[in-house]
Design a protein. Structure first.
Length: 247
């Protein structure tokens, strides 16, 4: 199967997951780039940032059009993550491939377990700026270091820490993810690496189109069913990556 076809298929599947689940789908971008498209771990995390930023920005437009983005809250939350995302993005390219792969497998497993055991966060009685800044910084570091959007972390944080409604949290998380991804990409500019745009461009385009189809898929299949299926797939991917590091 040609590289172009693989890129289109992988992008479409990840876009479907993003559109149907509202977060977590981008976690599959890095392993797809490494194991299907022969990217190095460092190049895969950089390419994933490009894919995540473009897909999140497109989805952000749709949510903003529906009035589901808390711009001021999201901007403050994102601001706390800019510097950590920049620093993590700059350091990721200098780490051994095994470290990046191992760290990514752990994050993927955490994402899968969160999906299997979703916990509804109750809105806080009052917002604590220090805690909000800490969570925003942590999310920025994860985004910059591993090239994942972090929607599976951002949404519950925006609900539980900042008290947003679920629909607002999903839309606002896209603003946070877009800003963090762009900050990390800025840090990696000029760092070199095997950025094959003939793969990244169709991958990104297919992911964006797939996200729209994912929304329609979510209306036909129970969200909990989709989430569980995706979580088991993600657990399998995390296990394969961890075995690859150990062996």
């Amino acid at each position: 199967m040609s590289t172009l076809v693989l890129a289109l298929i992988a992008g479409a599947v990840i876009g479907l997951a993003l559109g149907a689940l509202g977060g977590g789908g981008s976690v599959l971008a890095v392993p797809a780039l490494i194991y299907l498209l022969d990217f190095t771990p460092a190049s895969a995390t950089t390419a994933a940032l490009i894919i995540v930023a473009a897909t999140s920005a497109t989805a952000l437009y749709a949510h903003a059009r529906d009035g589901n983005v808390a711009w001021r809250t999201g901007a403050l939350f994102a601001a706390a993550g800019i510097v950590p995302a920049f620093l993590a993005g700059a350091s990721a390219g200098h780490l051994p491939a095994a470290v990046l792969t191992g760290a990514f497998s752990v994050v993927a497993a955490v994402a899968a377990l969160r999906m299997l055991r979703p916990a509804a966060s109750a809105p806080p009685e009052r917002v604590r700026p220090g805690k909000a800044a800490g969570v925003g910084a942590g999310l920025g570091a994860v985004t910059g270091f591993l090239g994942v959007g972090g929607g599976f972390l951002a949404v519950p944080a925006l609900v539980g820490v900042l008290g947003l409604r679920m629909k607002q949290a999903v839309g606002t998380s896209l603003l946070v993810i877009t800003v963090n991804s762009l900050a990390a990409l800025t840090a990696r500019t000029g760092a070199g690496g095997d950025l094959r745009w003939e793969v990244i461009a169709p991958f990104t385009g297919a992911a964006i189109l797939g996200a729209w189809d994912g929304k329609r898929l979510a209306s036909k299949i129970a969200g909990l069913t989709l989430q569980r299926v995706f979580a088991f797939v993600l657990l399998a991917v995390a296990a394969v990556m961890l075995i690859d590091v150990v062996v």
